[in-house]
Design a protein around this ligand. Structure first.
Ligand code: TYD
Ligand code: MG
Length: 455
């Protein structure tokens, strides 16, 4: 028999190499390759065309029972999940340390337990005393959760296997779990994968909704290999700036629903409070028009959220390389927008430092933000404030055109409700109706003209 091959797996991207290297050949990260014990050496002589069990094929229209979702008791959590938690599904919850993952899941487990279902919370990171302390601070001490501190997957599954399976099983975190089926310390790629595999199999076989907490790496992906994301049904990310109060729960992958809805929470003294109407959250207390500030009506699923975009331009005297710093938006997109503004409008940012900030710790991913960012930049550069009660939205193309974006009506309607009276966006055949004044802009030069004559 052939000698078992050594394999090395990248902890960042899951890429496989057959020898150890300092740098992963797939994702170019350094020191991320870890050796994995090869389970079996495959032999070319065996082929699998005989000896198996026959499988049944089915037609796509075979009647199935509809997905039974159950509510977690936290409406914002349910919303982000696409309408509740599906029994027998596996959810991976990622997020930076201290963002509130354990708090959120403890609250969800408590809500489920209080509704009369069985919720199990296994912490591999904190002692039960610590979790109890938090629960009492959150006012959840009376919730009939089954709480344990454990890291051995075998212990957990042996214990759960004895009784009726719970409705919810929270494992906090998968990086602390250990499977004795394979070697290696907790947190290594093969351990994370093996532990997750066993837990997911238990969940699927017993109709248990499983939530695995996963740490994230510096670039924001869930630590451990990508394979973890493939193994689960739902990947959620809990985001926000730790220094800010607001947290956003977002599904990055969902086998049972759309991934465009978000859940919004505020971290308060007594835990995470749900924010059911987030449209005003990310506007700072704006009283007077300020140069460099523009309001953008972002769309999160079906809910518009108004966010303030702030730009600051600092002219440099010396020939030093100017900085570009972005918080809450894509820095590549900012570079592109600056280049388009320079080449299509003749503006000069090359000797100036550019700082861009999305207020309130919000992360923008909607491409319709381009026009609002451009408006903030031009306004900051010209030191001319934009009208206080105006919103800006539209996608900017490389040619400097303003392109239409989805749901212009919805965006405008929400802003009008909040007292805005002017909207600037792409040229539209039928501009949004209502009290709001709509100004269509064809291209970036038109934007510059508009900023120059504004308030
Ligand atoms: P935690 O849930 O432990 O984060 P994670 O599991 O993602 O690492 O949340 C920790 C932070 O939340 C901590 O820094 C303090 C803050 N917090 C509050 O502000 N209020 C509260 O009621 C609780 C429980 C935590
Ligand atoms: Mg935690």
């Amino acid at each position: 028999m052939a000698k078992p091959k050594r394999r090395f797996i990248c902890t960042e991207c899951g890429g496989i190499s057959h020898r150890w290297q300092g740098q992963c050949p797939d994702c170019s990260e350094w020191n991320t390759l870890e050796e994995e014990v090869a389970e079996t050496a495959f032999s070319a002589k065996h082929h699998l065309a005989t000896g198996g069990r026959r499988i049944q094929f089915e037609a796509l229209d075979t009647p199935t029972t509809p997905l039974a979702r159950s509510t977690t008791g936290l409406a914002e959590f349910d919303r982000a999940l696409g309408g509740g938690i599906v029994p027998g599904s596996a959810i991976l919850m990622g997020g930076e340390p201290g963002i509130g993952k354990s708090t959120l899941l403890l609250q969800a487990a408590a809500a489920i337990a209080r509704s009369g279902k069985d919720a199990v919370y296994v912490s591999g990171e904190e002692a039960t005393g610590q979790v109890r302390l938090r629960a009492s601070r959150l006012g959840l001490a009376d919730a009939p959760i089954r709480l344990a501190s454990a890291t051995s997957v075998r212990d957990i599954l042996t214990t759960l296997g004895d009784g009726t399976p719970p409705a919810l099983l929270v494992v906090d975190s998968i990086q602390t779990m250990h499977s004795d089926m394979i070697e290696g310390a907790p947190g290594t790629v093969s351990q994370v994968r093996a532990s997750a595999f066993e837990l997911i199999r238990y969940a699927k076989e017993n109709g248990v909704a499983l939530v695995l907490v996963g740490h994230v790496t510096k670039d924001g992906s869930i630590a451990g290999p990508r394979v973890l994301e493939h193994m689960v049904d739902v990947v959620m990310s809990f985001e926000g700036e730790r220094s800010h109060q607001y947290r956003i729960l977002r599904a990055l992958k969902n086998r049972f629903g759309a991934v465009d809805e978000i859940g919004v929470f505020a971290m308060e003294g007594h835990g995470l409070a749900e924010v059911s109407n987030p449209s005003m959250l990310f506007l700072s207390g704006r009283e007077e028009p300020l140069a460099g500030s523009a309001v953008f009506p972002a769309l999160e699923g079906t809910r518009p959220v108004l966010v303030e975009i702030q730009a600051l331009i600092v002219r440099l005297q010396s020939g030093a390389t100017p900085r570009r710093a972005v918080v809450g938006w894509d820095s590549g997109r900012l570079a592109m927008l600056l280049a388009v503004l320079e080449s299509r409008c003749g503006l000069n940012f090359s000797s100036a430092e550019v700082y861009l900030n999305v207020a309130g710790g919000y992360r923008l991913s909607d491409p319709a933000a381009d026009l609002a960012v451009a408006a903030a930049l031009v306004s900051a550069l010209a030191d001319k404030p934009l009208p206080l009660r105006a919103i800006w939205f539209g996608e900017v193309s490389l040619s400097g055109e303003i392109r239409p974006v989805s749901h212009a009506n919805l965006r405008v309607k929400e802003a009008a409700k909040l007292g805005f009276d002017q909207a600037c966006g792409p040229l539209l055949d039928s501009p949004p109706a209502g009290k709001m004044r709509y100004g269509g802009i064809g291209g970036l030069p038109g934007l510059v003209d508009r900023v120059m004559v504004s308030a």
